[in-house]
Write a protein that binds this ligand. Structure first.
Ligand code: CAA
Ligand code: NAD
Length: 292
């Protein structure tokens, strides 16, 4: 299972990072987005991230250009037919992911491995939508992908040893530390992290403290790199809502239930940093908390 050509589906927060690290590692990368506008946004994210690495002297300008030269964009799913590995990072929605994998199953080679970057869905549900469940695996990256070192490699009851080995090898090749995770909703990290984020929103609903003070509390009191509301905005409140709905549906435990305030935020389009507004407003020099 030699991987040379990587396909990435979705060039949002996660897909753009996955494309970037794959190209930096020398893979030939083809990214599929829904339209030219979304492709341009994804490419812009990759360019900004690579430029930042050049400014910080972690990458030379030649290496940046070489990495960019290895990334192409398409709006055609069928263009992914020649890929050895396809990683999806589209919306957190099982129907959308199954439709994608079902289509890819009909056009990709028998050897092609399908990977999902899902946060909370089970990979088994996606594998069941294909005729190659032994070649379907979870590759759960963390945001921001170029910085966070972890990848959860998720094995279903049907994933073959060869697929798992290829997923570990690819993860190491892109500079990540893989850990093995079972295919339970939330895997290892989100099982613990998501209740923490949701609980912070519940405490805000209860009026425990302000957004800023709760963020400052967790940064200065516990040494977390960002407080829970900055993190919610960073992950995307729309994505967190979907994750919470999926995990609550799976476990029926209150700690995964989406707090009403999170629904209100999403209804108002306050998706977080990517939308310019979330718990904070990002239009000025510094994020400022919005009234809740
Ligand atoms: N892309 C590329 N590089 C980035 C970046 C980005 N989006 N954001 C930051 N960086 C780099 C910077 O260039 C900088 O590099 P150097 O150390 O070489 O200087 C480094 O990261 C630190 O950045 P900054 O100094 O600008 O900012 P910071 O110290 O505040 O760190 C952070 C930023 C790395 C994002 C840090 O705040 C952090 O670790 N936050 C927590 C992130 C987290 O918890 N992620 C997991 C989210 S949950 C998830 O992903 C799973 C899911 O399914 C929802
Ligand atoms: P995002 O909203 O930033 O990006 C999703 C992108 O997918 C959008 O650009 C959209 O145009 C594109 N898209 C939607 N349907 C598509 C299709 N059929 N083909 C091609 N592109 C399509 O979302 P994100 O935060 O990058 O999350 C993507 C996936 O990664 C989700 O499954 C999410 O749960 C998971 N994830 C997110 C984070 C995070 O912190 N945001 C971390 C780990 C995993």
């Amino acid at each position: 299972m030699k991987i040379e050509k990587v396909g990435v589906v979705g060039a949002g927060l996660m897909g753009s990072g996955i494309a970037e690290i794959s190209a930096k590692a020398g893979y030939d990368v083809l990214v599929r987005e829904v339209d030219d506008d979304a492709s341009a946004k994804g490419l812009g994210r990759i360019e900004r991230s690579l430029n930042r690495a050049v400014e910080k002297e972690k990458l030379t300008a030649d290496e940046r250009d070489a990495a960019l030269g290895r990334i192409a964009f398409t709006t055609e799913v069928d263009a992914l037919a020649d890929r050895d590995l396809v990683i999806e990072a589209i919306v957190e929605n099982l129907e959308a992911k199954n439709a994608l994998f079902g289509h890819l199953d009909g056009i990709c080679g028998d050897h092609t491995i399908f990977a999902s970057n899902t946060s909370s869905l089970t990979v088994t549900d996606m594998a069941a939508a294909t005729n190659r469940p032994d070649r379907v695996v979870g590759l759960h990256f963390f945001n921001p992908v170029p910085v966070m070192k972890l990848v959860e490699v998720v094995r279903t009851i049907a994933t073959s040893d060869a697929t798992v080995e290829a997923a570990f090898a690819y993860s190491r090749a892109v500079g990540k530390q893989p850990i093995a995770a079972k295919d339970n909703s939330g895997f290892v990290v989100n099982l613990l992290l998501v209740p923490y984020m949701l609980d912070a929103i519940r405490q805000l609903e209860r009026g425990v403290a302000s957004i800023e003070d709760m963020d400052t509390g967790m940064v200065l009191g516990c040494g977390y790199p960002m407080g829970p509301f900055t993190l919610c905005d960073f992950v995307g409140n729309d994505t967190t809502l979907r994750i919470a709905e999926i995990m609550f549906d799976e476990y029926r435990e209150q700690r995964y239930a989406p707090p009403p305030l999170l629904r209100r935020m999403v209804a108002m389009g306050r998706f977080g940093r990517k939308a310019g507004q979330g718990f904070y407003d990002y239009s000025g020099d510094q994020p400022t908390p919005l009234p809740i």
